[in-house]
Write a protein that binds this ligand. Structure first.
Ligand code: NAI
Length: 327
């Protein structure tokens, strides 16, 4: 039997938490053989609700779920953790400025970074889902100096999956036929979904659609999809976000297919003019448990302008959290 993997989920009583935990416990995060120990972190007033979810997890009698602990103490939640899924965050309330939002989230992600630094397993991998995901990942990383920076990532896989689905629908093909699509930049409305390197059935994707469709339909549909879901559902994306979080970790651990890549927010090494140290979305491959930025892609003027705009927003977010002393 394999040794168990400890998975910490923050915001466990929230809507993404409810869609995520059962899939982790059923064996979809790593593989169908690795036992899972769950650590659920919540704020004090939501601990009882998280305990209710833990009762339901127990009642599923998942063969792989070897242990569950619920806590409001970050040190306990991240002690020995192998995979930290940071879902809980402070949402933007009415009239809140971006600086206030970043500051409120600093109050969450700074102590979590410190707790990861203090007690996580040496192979810990961290995924920030809670928004603003890229900058929350950066804050966490800044407070865990003993953990390699490459272990801190932000989720843009939902954007990636949304883009796959839109392109597949446009071309009347299965999503499985599309390879090498990419999301660049921030997980925000400025993100850039790029199909210029994508191929569908061995042919370039961008050459199979009209340029106007890319600019006026595809890009805005993907980047505003979160708002469209809220409008229709009366609540933000939850099951699709949880699904993407599963995909992100599963790919990180198990790798990408030969000749394909995916998208993730990872620490920039300066590639493609993205300032070193920013956590920005790139096309990435995964091998041997590491995400790596795909190198050497040609970026045309259309793409360049959009990547730069999103990276500029990330730079401004970083400058704000620097001023606040959070990184
Ligand atoms: P939710 O409001 O239903 O749940 C959030 C939970 O986090 C709450 O139970 C809250 O008590 C908890 N929480 C707050 N502060 C915490 C702390 N310091 N420690 C532990 N738990 C804490 O929100 P939902 O729908 O589950 O979304 C969670 C986050 O994910 C939001 O920030 C949302 O914007 C983000 N999101 C990101 C996506 C992405 O693609 N990166 C997609 C969809 C959502």
């Amino acid at each position: 039997t394999r040794s168990p993997v400890t998975v910490t989920v923050t915001g466990a009583a929230g809507q993404i938490g409810y869609a995520l935990l059962f899939r982790i416990a059923s064996g979809q995060l790593i593989d169908a053989e690795t036992p899972i120990k769950l650590r659920l972190l919540e704020i004090p007033k939501a601990v009882t609700a998280a305990e209710g979810t833990a009762m339901e997890l127990t009642d599923c009698a998942f063969p792989l779920l070897s242990d569950i602990e619920v806590t409001d103490d970050a040190r306990k939640a991240f002690d020995g953790t192998n995979i930290a899924m940071l879902v809980g965050a402070r949402p933007r309330s009415q009239g809140m400025e971006r600086g206030d939002l970043l500051e409120a989230n600093g109050g969450i992600f700074k102590p979590q970074g410190e707790a990861i630094n203090a007690g996580a397993a040496s192979d810990v991998r961290v995924l920030a889902v809670g928004n603003p995901a890229n900058t929350n990942a950066l804050i966490t990383q800044a407070h865990a100096p003993d953990v390699p920076a490459e272990r801190f990532t932000a989720m843009t896989r939902l954007d990636h999956n949304r883009a796959l689905a839109q392109l597949a629908a446009k071309l009347g093909v299965s999503v499985a036929e599309i390879r090498r699509l990419a999301i660049w930049g921030n997980h925000s409305a400025t993100q850039y979904p790029d199909i210029f390197h994508a191929d569908v059935g061995g042919e370039n994707a961008a050459e199979q659609v009209e340029q106007d469709w890319i600019r006026d339909d595809f890009i805005p549909t993907v980047s505003k999809r979160g708002a469209a879901i809220i409008e229709a559902r009366g609540a933000s994306s939850a099951a699709s976000a949880a699904n993407a979080a599963i995909d992100h970790v599963h790919t990180w651990v198990n790798g990408t297919d030969e000749g394909d890549w995916t998208s993730a927010g990872v620490v920039s090494d300066g590639s493609y003019g993205v300032p070193e140290g920013l956590i920005s979305s790139f096309p990435v491959t995964a091998r041997d448990g590491r995400y790596e930025i795909v190198q050497g892609l040609d970026i045309d003027a259309f793409s360049r302008e959009r990547i730069d705009a999103s990276v500029q927003e990330l730079t401004e977010e970083r400058d704000t959290v620097r001023r606040l002393g959070l990184v």
